[in-house]
Design a protein around this ligand. Structure first.
Ligand code: SF4
Ligand code: SF4
Length: 458
């Protein structure tokens, strides 16, 4: 048997969905996973309501083209940072997945956390364990079945509503969300419709679609085939130890492996697969089968981790885990991307400035022996506080004459300026020269802008 075989959803007989009733196993890893889930759910829910520098901790306002990360505002002018951050994130995902497989899916993905640690737990609480849920679904409608199903779906709908609100708060901001909630519906029809649509979508996902999000819909899941290799750590069955599998039979002399073929690892799997068939795309690395098998191993007095975090190479060749050259290459690329991103973030200016010579003008010869060019400038305040700014010309030969004076730019807003740059004609050495203007605030230079100056050379 080869543990590297990847079995696709479409390989399943008849390609028909079988409703999964995973058995609940409260093993050691399940307890850790519960703890990790709660630790992640707290910041996820609190995120939109925490403010830093007067801004939401995280905001992805696509309509207003405003992004806030850890209270730092990013405008469309910072698009290059966004591209670099996205590239770094993709390389990080590739690197992480190549080393640790799909552990993100089982332990940190919001879909799994909500499904397994919130909705599934409520289902166990109201309807009982897998066996009781199956019996309840098969039973004819009765008062008790109606009460159980109705209460479950009401709670599911309420939680979906809560998630929809939080989800929306990350995209429109918690202040805008509070207005939708507290003000008359008629004033926020679009926002109200968005909450209804997202509530319905989440309700559908957690009541009907469930594991299909991970096994069929999620693109990250579909990428596993290309990202993992023989050295990747995944949830794997040690077939060298487990096979030939067989029930414990004290009267048989036939040799058997450590797998007692109890099927518990299959019964607990939320995606309904048998990990003993090898690495499969449907495995979300939730580690429930590790807990299940460890319990069996404990009871049968055999070594633990017949199923565990192992690489195919480790299982097939009993080698200690090692990292391949591919990982070093990914790590090097990530280091370069991350280093560049850090440098750009540190040196990012508070004001973004664009200075252009006014369209349709060349230069103006003045009676006092000077020559001037007319400019339009747009300055955007990228900080979370108002800035009183001024323009500074480091070149002493060039003077600034404002048509409209610089003043204060409020946070996230822009200011437009029109001004002349004036030089003595005798100081002009070539027709077109590059010049740099500095933008100062609070006695220091906070940004600069390059433009050109045109004049007939002396
Ligand atoms: S095979 Fe194991 S780790 Fe993978 S999804 Fe099923 S229970 Fe979770
Ligand atoms: S839980 Fe362990 S012993 Fe039982 S069938 Fe699965 S691998 Fe075999």
């Amino acid at each position: 048997m080869s543990a590297a075989k990847v079995i696709k959803q479409t390989d399943l007989p008849g390609n028909k969905r079988v409703w999964i009733y995973p058995k609940l196993i409260k093993g050691r890893l399940y307890k850790y996973r519960s703890l990790v889930s709660y630790l992640l759910l707290i910041p996820l829910f609190a995120g939109p309501f925490i403010k830093l520098n007067g801004e939401q901790l995280f905001l992805f306002d696509i309509l207003e083209r405003k992004f806030v990360v850890f209270g730092v505002v990013f405008m469309p002018q910072d698009f290059y940072l966004f591209v670099l951050a996205t590239l770094s994130f993709i390389v990080f995902i590739v690197l992480f997945t190549s080393v640790f497989g799909r552990v993100w899916c089982g332990w940190a993905c919001p879909q799994t956390i909500f499904m397994e640690m919130v909705f599934r737990k409520i289902e166990y609480w109201i309807e009982g364990d897998a066996k009781k849920q199956k019996e309840l679904d098969a039973a004819p409608l009765s008062a008790s079945k109606f009460v159980k199903k109705a209460s479950k779906h009401v709670i599911f709908a309420l939680i979906s509503f809560l998630i929809a609100n939080i989800f929306l708060a990350y995209f429109i901001g918690s202040d805008a969300l509070l207005k939708i909630i507290t003000e008359p519906v008629g004033l926020h029809l679009v926002g109200f419709a968005a909450i209804v649509v997202f509530t319905a979508a989440f309700y559908l996902v957690f009541t009907k679609v469930r594991e299909l999000v991970c096994t069929v819909i999620c693109p990250y899941g579909r990428l596993q085939e290309v990202l993992i290799d023989r050295k990747t750590l995944v949830v794997a069955y040690d077939y060298t130890r487990g096979e030939p599998r067989g029930h414990i039979n004290k009267h048989s002399e036939a040799p058997t492996g450590d797998c007692v073929d109890c099927n518990l690892c299959v019964d607990v799997c939320p995606t309904g697969i048998d990990i003993r068939q090898g690495t499969q795309m449907e495995c979300i690395n939730c580690t429930a089968c590790i807990d299940a098998c460890d319990m069996v191993m404990e009871k049968t007095h055999r070594p633990l981790r017949l199923i565990g975090f192992k690489s195919e190479e480790g299982v097939a060749e009993s080698k200690p885990h090692s990292i391949g050259k591919r990982i070093y290459a990914y790590a090097a690329i990530l280091a370069v991307l991350f280093g560049t991103l850090t440098f750009l973030l540190i040196t990012r200016s508070d004001i973004s400035a664009t200075v252009l010579r006014a369209g349709g003008t060349l230069y103006q010869m003045r009676d006092d022996g000077t020559v001037s060019n007319l400019y339009n400038a747009e300055l955007i305040n990228k900080t979370t506080a108002p800035i009183r700014f001024s323009l500074v010309m480091p070149d002493n030969n060039t003077k600034i004459q404002y048509i409209n004076k610089p003043g204060i730019i409020n946070k996230g807003e822009s200011a437009k300026l029109t001004f002349f740059l004036i030089r003595p004609q005798h100081a002009v050495k070539k027709y077109k020269s590059r010049i740099t203007l500095e933008i100062a605030a609070g006695g220091r230079t906070i940004s600069s802008a390059k433009t050109t100056f045109i004049a007939p050379p002396n």
